[in-house]
Design a protein around this ligand. Structure first.
Ligand code: 5GP
Ligand code: ZN
Length: 114
């Protein structure tokens, strides 16, 4: 997508502090961190939000969760714990319309979320 912010990061047109990439997925630091660790994990392929996912996306979305697990171990927050957040559409609080998973760690999370 030409004007999508995260597609621009995927294409290298906007810099990002990358922590992981493979042929399907990228992870980078959130520019406005809400916890000591705040990563964003995205598919390279443009998908707007989770509501648009179909059975064809199952392997990709499963892979994203496996990447998150790997990051939790390599970054040392697997045992302490972490939170994964996916904001979808307006009520979900989604601002960037390219599906992304927030990975938050390094502090105790609250429930319920705001
Ligand atoms: P959303 O509200 O859509 O779930 O989350 C979008 C996230 O993208 C926010 O946490 C915001 O801080 C982050 N973000 C917005 N613009 C940029 C950017 O240019 N670079 C990076 N690394 N993160 C961004
Ligand atoms: Zn995109």
């Amino acid at each position: 997508m030409q004007n999508c912010l995260f597609c621009k990061i995927v294409r290298g047109e906007i810099p990002a502090d990358k922590v992981y990439e493979d042929e399907r997925v990228m992870a980078f630091l959130d520019i406005n961190p809400q916890a000591p660790v705040h990563l964003l994990v995205i598919p390279r392929r443009h998908l707007v939000c989770l509501a648009d996912a179909t059975a064809e996306d199952a392997a990709l979305l499963g892979h994203i969760q496996c990447v998150i697990a790997e990051l939790a171990h390599t970054h040392g927050f697997a045992d302490a714990g972490f939170r994964v957040v996916n904001n979808c559409n307006e009520d979900g609080g989604q601002e960037v319309e390219h599906i992304h998973y927030h990975v938050l760690a390094g502090r105790r999370m609250q429930w319920p979320p705001g």
